[in-house]
Design a protein around this ligand. Sequence first.
Ligand code: GAL
Length: 461
Amino acid sequence: MTEFPTLPRDFTFGVASASYQVEGAVTEDGRGRSVWDTFCDRPGAIVGGASGAVACDHYHRHREDVALLEELGVDSYRFSIAWPRILPTGAGAVNEAGLDFYDRLVDELLEAGIAPTATLFHWDTPQALEDLGGWTGREITEHFAAYAGIVGERLGDRVARWVPLNEPNVVTMLGYAIGNHAPGRSLGFEALPVAHHLLLGHGLATQALRAAGCREIGIASNHSPVWPASTSPEDQEAAQVYDNLWNWMFADPVLLGRYPVEGTEQGFPTYRDGDLATIAQPLDWFGINYYNPALIGAPGAGQDSSQLDGAELPPGLPFENRRIEGYQRTDFDWPIVPEGLAQIVRTFRERYGDSLPPVYITESGCSFHDADPVDGHVADPRRVAYHDAHLRAIAAEIADGVDVRGYFAWSATDNFEWAAGYAERFGLVHVDYDTQVRTPKDSYHWYRDLIAHTRANGSPS
Ligand code: GAL
């Protein structure tokens, strides 16, 4: 592939990661336990019985990792801060050693000319707070805001962009409704108050960050265009229900200050007047994490089972997730649908109009089971094709007037892929988990060349 997608010269190119997926060192420097440490101990929860206890050992190898990012030439690195490293029990005394780690990382990034984009919550809830109910209760929102304030005070002068929450829909649905992610609760629809508490936590944390002088606050919200399985009223209705649950229940409160189904909040036992206004803090930008669309039909249409992210959905739901056919698939068996990224971005523009701030694609990526490096090389042409196609989809939307400012490839390095353990590899850099040797893949070299090309030949901004 020689031709590159044409993007604006000042387009932000980034890569993303998350604390539990890369850091390891889970018992070092005073870090407390997170729900993911506990969940990984549960027999059968993770493929191969794996955990993030060592992961990519990024905690000790961050200098090497930052050097790889510098060589890659990215404008920004999106990483997450482990709440239990800062506050081992989620509240109370600050663990200075934990804060120092991120302080060093931020300084190293700045020295390398890379703008730090910091996520505050990429799923590693302190276990001590989970023991008190976690995100099913309201109390955690105040603790989250206090944590945001502490980190904001320390790093706000140097972090370029803030992401209070990563993917509240995934935490609600996979963590609390289905239970194939930590904390492994299977509450079904009883999990919905979790959504409200996450969103309220986002609003309160945003206020705390602003009070600490932080700039450029957004969110990294997972979204999928929802495709009805047919034009039948039953399939259309099922798709609408799913669309509200997966997409708009999480974006509408943040951008419009209301739930997509009027009165939803009255069903939440902890709801208080004013919550929606707190949730709808003005944001400087909105981050969309995109992986694939969802094909949704009415239940009982002959599908043996309905799955979400590989987990069986319980029977009795008002919708069914169908398999999308007719597209190439990643080795994680996810369909590759670049036009789905264009579609979701367009839908956001249409749905929110002037209420939509500039958009960043805060994650997009693919898992392929790459072969081991040979002579320092990993050939991953399908990953190159994936990012190329998704960036072309974005380029077309930008040319059409949609304000998309950047793209963060998931992920910088291969890492611990949650319930799938180490079987799935999303990185631009290969990690040998026995030796911790990093090997840039062909996709890394391609991304580096694309960035350099865009700086020199991109469209005027
Ligand atoms: C996202 C998540 C990431 C990463 C990615 C690939 O939902 O934010 O942590 O795992 O999916 O599955």
